[in-house]
Write a protein that binds this ligand. Structure first.
Ligand code: ATP
Length: 536
């Protein structure tokens, strides 16, 4: 699937728009249109329902060591600045970046891609950030060496495509930056904090300085004690939160994949340390199955366990659920969700002061004065098991998913081109969004075949009955074939058509978006039938 086709459909049919488009847009920010908002809400609601509100506290899930409880939270976007000091984001939430002195553009060090090439006795490292990277590299190399198209074979490429961070900084004088006209314009890589600063109240300077949260997880950790004290939950239990997060990404790109404002769906699962490896495995598999059940069932979805040398020493496992987004090179995958075993790192950091992630066993990181570099809350965030009387700091398993990346994966997976007969029975190419019915923005369209003979009246009554249950769409305009096509592009799984026969025998046709099969069902059964097909 070509990404441009999906991007254009998203705009044309109102799934996604560039933020502030009439002013030229704002890089890294996206608005969901009328169809997109329903789609993303459905993704979030499916997650909340499956993970929290419909979770069975009494049953033991397949693969789980025991039953467990789930609670929810909705925390603020701006939190006490000390939260980010103790969480490590203040010191560590940095990406290495390079600037181009000529174009003034800033790039993520590990995202500038390039290749060595020699021509006219000169060897340079030509770089690109374009999606069509090979073509762009060739075009820029030809331009640099002032070669004509027919002389393309004078370029001697050396080695595979690689990223800028893989070449020696000493060779930067031979690097040709993506939008430069001369060599050697990259600065040395520097740290860049991804948190958006803001100011609270009228106080200027450090005192009023705060940050927009870069993740929702910390709101859960700092409320751990509140949840334990205000509910009757017992370890093991999970706390879930859905909400906006902000990261000042250096190179937002690939549609909504890397945005500066996005939504996360995160769970912090608290358990006894002795059981945490088992719970980690449970969550890893459970989360993978969730994405599969909602339609990412093919080989484009993978579960990638981190290699032992990628793990922090306090973690027994981390895995990413990744999807082969169409904008990525063949064989590459982008992260949809990370599932991490985080030990007691977070609760202890908020209790004792920021821990040094490289210490073993974990110790509080000290400043030059020998005191904790970032002071913790001093609150007791341990847990006492009232049955065994044991007091311990729970271990944490963190499944952290992106609602926008998830929505994008569902959009990519759904986009299909096939053929279907038009009104005259002639096969035509059609574009159809094959969403799982649960996340489809509109569940059914109600179409009176013609705008007369009492058909609209019957159709409107059915529309109103269905609308009480879920979003449906009434469309009486134009040829019915064309109306079907519009619904196919919106991903509506069922079209219900009211025709002449309806008036005789009170039956209607139900057309299935994917199989194109049309069956006659009783008008009186329509609401129940659509409900059964959508929600099972
Ligand atoms: P990446 O390596 O792609 O920057 P990450 O490992 O920093 O992602 P986490 O901090 O683990 O991401 O965040 C959890 C989830 O939040 C990710 O799996 C992703 O779905 C989502 N997410 C993170 N950053 C962004 C972003 N800039 N835009 C959209 N979604 C994001």
């Amino acid at each position: 699937m070509e990404m441009e086709k999906l991007v254009s459909l998203c705009r044309r049919r109102g799934f996604l728009f560039q933020s502030s488009e009439i002013y030229g847009g704002l890089n890294g920010f996206w608005d969901y249109g009328p169809l997109g908002v329903e789609l993303k809400r459905n993704v979030r609601e499916a997650w909340w329902r499956d993970m929290v509100s419909a979770h069975d506290d009494l049953a033991t899930h397949a693969g789980a060591p025991s039953p467990y409880e789930m609670e929810g939270l909705d925390c603020t976007i701006i939190m006490h600045p000390q939260v980010w000091k103790c969480s490590g984001h203040h010191d560590l939430f940095v990406d290495k970046m390079v600037d181009c002195r000529e174009s003034k553009k800033r790039y993520r060090y590990d995202q500038v891609r390039g290749r060595w090439v020699t021509a006219k006795d000169q060897k340079i490292f030509v770089t690109t950030v374009a999606e069509e990277e090979e073509e762009d590299l060739k075009r820029r190399a030809m331009k640099f060496f002032k070669l004509r198209n027919k002389d393309a074979d004078k370029l001697a490429w050396d080695g595979e495509m690689t990223t800028l961070d893989k070449i020696d900084v000493a060779d930067f004088d031979k690097a040709f930056a993506p939008e430069a006209s001369a060599l050697g314009t990259f600065t040395e890589p520097r740290d860049f904090n991804l948190m958006f600063p803001t100011t609270i109240g009228a106080l200027a300077g450090e005192e009023g300085r705060a940050f927009l949260r870069p993740e929702t997880a910390q709101g859960i950790f700092v409320n751990f004690k509140n949840v334990v004290d205000s509910t009757r939950v017992r370890v093991p239990f999970g706390v879930a939160q859905i909400g906006k997060s902000f990261r000042n990404e250096i190179t937002p790109r690939n549609f909504t994949f890397r945005s500066r404002e996005f939504e996360q769906m995160e769970i912090e699962f608290f358990c006894h340390p002795s059981q945490s490896p088992d719970w980690y495995k449970f969550w890893r598999d459970r989360r993978m199955k969730w994405w599969q059940d909602l339609g990412l069932a093919g080989e484009r979805l993978i579960l990638r366990d981190h290699e032992p040398d990628e793990l922090s020493h306090y973690s027994t496992g981390t895995a990413d659920i990744e999807y082969a987004f169409p904008f990525l090179p063949e064989g590459e995958y982008g992260e949809l969700e990370g599932i991490a075993h985080r030990g007691d790192f977070d609760l202890r950091s908020h209790m004792e002061g920021k821990l040094d992630p490289n210490s073993c066993p974990l110790e509080v990181e000290l400043g030059e004065d020998g005191k904790p570099k970032h002071k913790g809350s001093g609150r007791d965030l341990t847990y006492r098991d009232d049955l065994t009387n044991e007091r311990f700091t729970p271990h944490v398993i963190e499944p952290s998913a992106g609602a926008d990346r998830g929505t994008l994966a569902f959009l990519c997976e759904a986009y299909t081109e096939d053929t279907a007969p038009d009104d005259k029975g002639k096969e035509q190419t059609r574009t159809v969004m094959k969403f799982h019915p649960r996340i489809a923005p509109i569940k059914a369209a109600i179409l009176p075949l013609v705008k007369k003979d009492g058909m609209p009246e019957v159709a409107q009554e059915l529309y109103r009955a269905l609308k009480k249950k879920f979003p449906v769409f009434y469309d009486a305009k134009g040829a019915v074939g064309r109306r079907y096509r519009r619904q196919d592009e919106a991903g509506t799984p069922y079209c219900l058509t009211i025709d002449g026969q309806t008036l005789d025998d009170k039956t209607i046709t139900l057309r299935d978006r994917d199989s194109l099969e049309q069956v006659r069902i009783k008008l009186d059964d329509a609401v129940e039938e659509v409900e059964r097909r959508v929600y099972g």
